[in-house]
Write a protein that binds this ligand. Structure first.
Ligand code: SF4
Length: 185
């Protein structure tokens, strides 16, 4: 079992400000194009519509970040998904619950979607996602600057791997767009 420490931080931000100050679709879609998941997973760009239209119905966003520090500071990069998986599942589960309860719009972590196991993503066959009830694109996929989000809204400075080992800590960031009173995680 992988031993880690998880510290969670949440922030509420006006949707208008979050889009204006933290979103740059051209820059982040250019990064996504370098990734093998680009155009190959349903949660990844390119999308068939202007993604801003999904956000405009909401007045606020709750941003949630987790700083994940493995006890083994020499953990090989190959284990990075094993390290992240329990927290990704916990965050996605609660995010979807809050989305349902508040008629909101969640942006999660799809990237390397593992939901279909070893089967290729249905997008590669031109078919709809097999699990649209649980798959949500990431903030990055919708053009948000996650590093700036983490540092300026959550107080977490992201760090990256310098080679074969996972970085000192990982930073997971997701969000829920919503209306109404401020939400509690
Ligand atoms: S759940 Fe399956 S079909 Fe949907 S994005 Fe993930 S891998 Fe693709």
């Amino acid at each position: 079992m992988i031993v880690y420490e998880a510290q969670q931080v949440e922030a509420i931000v006006e949707r208008e400000r979050y889009v204006r100050e933290f979103r740059d679709v051209a820059t982040f879609e250019a990064c996504c194009r370098e990734c093998p998941n680009y155009g190959a997973r349903w949660g990844c760009p390119p999308f068939d519509h202007d993604t801003l239209n999904d956000l405009l119905p909401y007045k606020k966003a709750m941003i949630v970040g987790v700083k994940l520090t493995p006890r083994d500071q020499r953990m090989p990069m190959e284990q990075v998904y094993d390290l992240m998986r329990p927290e990704l599942e916990r965050l996605n589960g609660r995010l979807l619950e809050l989305e349902r309860e508040n008629q909101g719009f969640a942006l999660g972590f799809v990237g390397k979607c593992e939901r279909c196991g070893n089967a290729p993503c249905a997008r590669k066959q031109g078919k709809p996602c097999r699990h649209p009830d649980v798959v949500r694109p990431s903030l990055e996929a919708y053009g948000f600057n996650v590093s700036k989000t983490a540092s300026e809204l959550l107080g977490i400075d992201m760090v990256w791997s310098m080679g074969k080992n996972v970085p000192r800590y990982l930073t997971l960031v997701c969000g829920l767009f919503f209306n109404g009173p401020d939400l509690k995680w």
